[in-house]
Structure formats: C-alpha cells, structure tokens
Design a protein around this ligand. Structure first.
Ligand SMILES: C[S@@+](CC[C@H](N)C(=O)[O-])C[C@H]1O[C@@H](n2cnc3c(N)ncnc32)[C@H](O)[C@@H]1O
Length: 208
C-alpha cells in the first residue's frame, strides 16, 4: 500500500495509544535490549512515531527513516528523547539513503509487516550494511497452525484497516533468503497467541 498524501493520519494519531499496553508489558523492554547496545551508524527503517528512540544508548548516530508524513511529525516531536545524535529522513525501505557498506546496524521494528516489498527492503539493508554489520528486528509474523490459517485469510482486510500492515509475512525466512547469517531468534506472543499479532519474533542477523 502506498503512503497517501498527508499520510495515514488516523493510524498515526492512534498508534501510540493503541500500542501503549503492549509497549509497557512486552515491547519496551525488548526494544531496549535490541537497540540499546547498537554501536556506530544505525539506520532505523520505518521509525514511525519514534518508539525506539529512547532506547539508543551506544550508537554514534541514528538515522530514523519514516516516509509517512503523519508518522514523521510525531517522530520529530519525540526527537528529544533520543540520547544520541539523530537525523530524521523521509526515505523509504526500498531505497535506503546510504552508500554500500556504510552502515553498522539496520533496525526494523514492526516494519517488515508493512513495507510493500520486504525482499527489496532486506536487500537494501544487506547493501548498506558493512560486512559484519547487524540487522535487528522485532516483527509480528504469520506463525503456524490454525492462527496462521486465519491470519492469511484476514490479511487483505487488515491491510486496509491498518495502514498497509500484513498479517501473513514470514520474516525469519525472508531474512535468511536475503543472504543474512541468522543469529539469535526468540519467538514470543505480544498479545494472546491466537490474536492477529499474536506471533512475534525478535531476531538478530549478520551481513557476512
Ligand atoms: C507499525 S509502524 C512501526 C513503527 C515503528 N518502527 C515502531 O516500532 O513502532 C510501521 C511503519 O512503517 C512505515 N512504512 C510504511 N511503508 C514503508 C516503507 N516503504 N519504507 C519505510 N517505512 C515504511 C509506516 O509509515 C509506519 O510508520
């Protein structure tokens, strides 16, 4: 789904409020563990309203990319919560604004569900990362069994309701297919495990 002129205003207005209980209970501590120790030059792709910003601690520089103007306004508002030098950009995942091998870490949180072409986004991450650079992600995925079957059925309707978010992505497989060397993987439920975003994965991978 392409970003409408003016952005997804309702989605942007509701995003932090709707996610707040899950942020406090599950996602916040995971974001801190995932991005807190990243060093060097970090790209946060689809940074949204800036939920990761308060957790960057050791990076030399964070470049937060957000193509949706309604989300990006909120990202700017939250810039002060970032303790390391921050640049905000409107670039998207399909053409990352960095030269080959110039980035130390790429962050995707709740983004590979939404980008129109995850294989291309991961290919771009692979291109811009230096050898040994890290890809880190927290994403909801299609999962397995009966919940996966109904997530696939619900995906087209959900995509229209949730600003392009797809329930049927298999992000672990996509990361491996993009040529990354898989690292730590944790699968966990953020909501009841049968829910639309019940199957989540936190992963790290390395660019060989
Ligand atoms: C569910 S939000 C996640 C925001 C944030 N990363 C977080 O963890 O809360 C998904 C974000 O992906 C952004 N997005 C959509 N298409 C994109 C694209 N092609 N490239 C980069 N970001 C995109 C949306 O604008 C939205 O801000």
């Amino acid at each position: 789904m392409s970003v409408p002129t003016g952005g997804h205003r309702v989605f942007a207005a509701l995003y932090d409020r709707v996610l707040d209980p899950v942020e406090r209970r599950v996602l916040g501590p995971r974001r801190a563990a995932l991005v807190g120790g990243l060093t060097g030059r970090v790209l946060d792709v689809g940074a949204g309203t800036g939920a990761n910003l308060p957790y960057y601690r050791d990076a030399d520089e964070v470049i937060a990319l957000e193509p949706d103007p309604a989300m990006r306004r909120r990202l700017h508002d939250r810039a002060g919560s970032c303790a390391v030098p921050l640049t905000v950009s409107g670039a998207g995942a399909d053409a990352l604004p960095a030269t080959d091998g110039s980035v130390d870490a790429v962050v995707f949180t709740l983004v590979l569900c939404t980008v129109p072409d995850p294989a291309r986004a991961l290919g771009e991450a692979h291109r811009v990362l230096r050898p040994g650079g890290r890809l880190v992600a927290i994403e909801h995925v299609v999962g397995h069994g009966r919940p996966a079957t109904w997530r696939r059925r619900l995906a087209p309707l959900w995509e229209r309701m949730a600003a392009g978010c797809r329930l049927d992505r298999d992000t672990e497989a996509a990361v491996t297919a993009a040529g990354f060397v898989p690292g730590a993987v944790e699968r966990f439920p953020a909501t009841p495990s049968w829910g639309p975003i019940g199957a989540m994965v936190q992963l790290t991978a390395t660019r060989a």
